[in-house]
Design a protein. Structure first.
Length: 629
């Protein structure tokens, strides 16, 4: 399950006299948790009672299946809702009361005029260290606060002129103010004011601003903050002002730091292009940003055995001892600068030792785009040597940004990443494996990830087995089916153990897996009516994973048509288990825990076998389509 927080598993036998305690029906509430706070007018009330029991909630009968399963789209009134569940069977009664609090946003009264000081944004200290080098957009501060509706609001920086703010929706005031480029400020207050319907004006400080010109600093990505080569973990991402991820850093990456906004540094990637990075992941060091050298691109020599060993060239430390039931936890792989490329195309971009920021993304089935930030000492030129995988490299210089469009002689990529190696930046692309047309899985390496585990329950199955317990046997059976076809299969866990989110992708990367397939069961978040929402969904971030995603989805729809077609393929996902680029990575939501029919299929041994067969068939079909079968 992706879209919903971990659900609490609650079950309670009803009170009864000692002589009849065992005969009383039990009441199990999978969702909501006690004292849950819900900002919507309905909640999914789900769980189970003892088979054969009837159920009422606050005196209203609720439909119950023969297995005791119930799911109700239950209305909530504002404030506290005490839901009393009563199960009856053979004259015995079991009860359970769950309190749910429906929260309703409350506007401040129009009179007297007031400002909700807790709502003031941005808050805190804002530093601009090089306003002369910033564009007006980069010098802009965006403000927002809650206050009495129907008023007139404005913001003032220090003793400067007032800038009006707009209202919308009612009681919410927002706007922007540009910090002057030529004026030095020292903790100048950013003051908002609101004149209400009663004619009264109130004010509050929304932050303090300091500014200077030409005082940039050098920031370096700290050691140990970036695991792996291509995991792209969300906590390290540099973001745009609107919060969208822009760049996933590598260790040692250097930045021109031009300010600080609360807990984030602002770094300048190119003229007019800034990003925010969590301050705790950068070291501020003396010196200036070193410009990359530029020059001729080059290709590492192709090893003779490269087409036989398609795994990425990594050097991994011996596996650490992990928790029982979990695969060994490898340390992050690192580039090897000693050996020729084995199973990879390795395109070297000369930087002269600089650690310039960059991004790499797949823009089309056979195309990668490497974007290098910072002015070059000399232009880049295309590589002289040929490579059987490389068709051409197109170099696009710009204002402080250079783009390399890498066109490959294949439409199916098997993994890519980029990192620093010596004085260079190296773009690595895995070569297509040579597949046996009779047994295309022979020798392939696949990582299967049963979602959640241990303290991470995932979604609470209303039939008393949480998501973590439903997907594990399915993944184990998929592994058996794939191994029978010659594949080497690694499970991230084989028991109910807790794993870190990024350990799963690191296992796939360190073992040179072709695929990382994470298996989950879906559930709806609060506020979504569950009726009619059912069936499989497959999530992926990069085009290289779409053919596999489509093959697995087709197999699920064919093998389990009773699930419903589902929402299908979900490309461009921003998930920890789909962002890794070092191999084909995707996440399969097999079915919905919040649909009674889907849940029963997930829960039954026969249904679990059908799921496993379908996932294995999809993987086999993907390889078979590439082997000429």
């Amino acid at each position: 399950m992706r879209l919903r927080p971990t659900l609490l598993v609650l079950g309670l036998l009803a009170s009864a006299s000692p002589a009849h305690a065992q005969a009383a029906p039990s009441v199990f509430v999978a969702y909501p948790a006690p004292d849950a706070r819900v900002a919507f007018d309905h909640v999914i009330l789900e769980g189970s009672v003892s088979p054969g029991a009837s159920l009422s909630v606050n005196g209203q009968a609720v439909e119950v299946g023969t297995d005791g399963l119930f799911m109700a789209w239950w209305p909530l009134r504002p404030g506290t809702n005490d839901l009393k569940l009563v199960a009856r069977r053979a004259g015995q009664t079991g009860t359970r009361t769950v309190r749910v609090i429906r929260t309703v946003p409350r506007l401040l009264p129009a009179i007297p005029t007031a400002i909700d000081r807790a709502s003031l944004k941005p808050g805190g200290q804002l530093d601009f260290w090089d306003t002369a080098g910033d564009t007006p957009e980069e010098r802009t501060v965006r403000l927002r606060f809650q206050g009495s509706p129907g008023g007139r609001a404005a913001v003032r920086l220090g003793s400067g002129p007032a800038t009006p703010l707009r209202e919308g929706p009612a009681g919410t005031y927002s706007g922007a103010l540009a910090v002057p480029a030529q004026t030095a400020l020292s903790r100048a207050p950013l003051t908002v004011s609101l004149t209400g319907r009663d004619g009264r004006t109130v004010s509050a400080v929304a932050g303090q601003v300091s500014s200077a010109a030409g005082q940039t600093q050098l920031g370096v990505q700290r050691p140990g903050t970036v695991p792996g080569l291509g995991l792209n973990p969300a906590p390290t991402a540099l973001a745009t002002f609107s919060g969208e991820p822009l760049l996933y850093p590598r260790e040692g990456m250097t930045f021109e730091v031009v300010g600080r906004l609360g807990e984030d540094y602002r770094v300048r990637l190119a003229p007019g292009l800034s990003a925010l990075v969590t301050a705790t992941q950068l070291d501020i060091v003396p010196g200036l940003l070193a410009p990359p050298s530029g020059g001729a691109l080059s290709l590492d020599p192709v090893a003779q055995r490269s087409m036989e060993q398609p795994g990425p060239e990594v050097v991994a430390s011996p596996p650490a001892t992990g928790v029982a039931g979990a695969a060994p936890l490898p340390q992050a792989p690192r580039l090897s600068g000693q050996n020729p490329a084995e199973g990879q195309l390795r395109l070297r971009v000369p930087l002269g030792g600089a650690r310039s920021p960059f991004t790499v993304q797949q823009t089309a089935p056979g195309q990668l785009l490497l974007t290098l930030y910072g002015p070059l000492s000399q232009p880049l030129t295309a590589p002289a040597g040929p490579d059987p995988l490389l068709e051409r490299v197109e170099i696009r210089p710009g204002n402080g940004v250079t783009q390399l469009s890498v066109q490959l002689r294949t439409t199916q990529l098997w993994g890519f990443s980029a990192n620093y190696d010596g004085d260079d930046l190296v773009l690595m692309v895995r070569r297509p494996p040579v597949l046996d047309p009779v047994r295309p899985l022979l020798g392939r390496t696949i990582t299967l990830d049963p979602g959640h585990g241990g303290t991470q329950l995932g979604g609470a199955g209303s039939l008393r087995t949480p998501e973590k317990g439903l997907v594990l046997p399915i993944a184990q059976r998929v592994a058996e089916l794939l191994r029978a076809q010659g594949a080497t299969v690694q499970l991230t866990r084989t028991a109910d153990v807790t794993l870190g989110l990024y350990e799963r992708g690191l296992m796939a990367e360190a073992t040179g897996s072709d695929l990382l397939v994470s298996l989950h069961a879906n559930a709806l978040p609060d506020g979504r009516d569950p009726r009619g929402v059912r069936g499989p969904e497959v999530y992926f971030s990069h085009p290289q994973a779409q053919p596999l995603a489509a093959a697995i989805l087709a197999a699920l729809r064919t093998g389990l048509p009773d699930l419903g077609p589902g929402a299908g393929l979900k490309g461009g996902a921003d998930l920890a288990l789909t962002r890794p680029t070092s191999q084909i990575s995707l996440l399969v939501e097999l079915a919905y825990l919040t649909d009674a029919g889907n849940l029963r299929t997930l829960h039954s041994p026969a249904g679990q076998e059908r799921f496993a067969q379908a996932v294995a068939r999809g993987i086999t079909a993907f390889y078979g389509s590439l082997s000429g079968r």
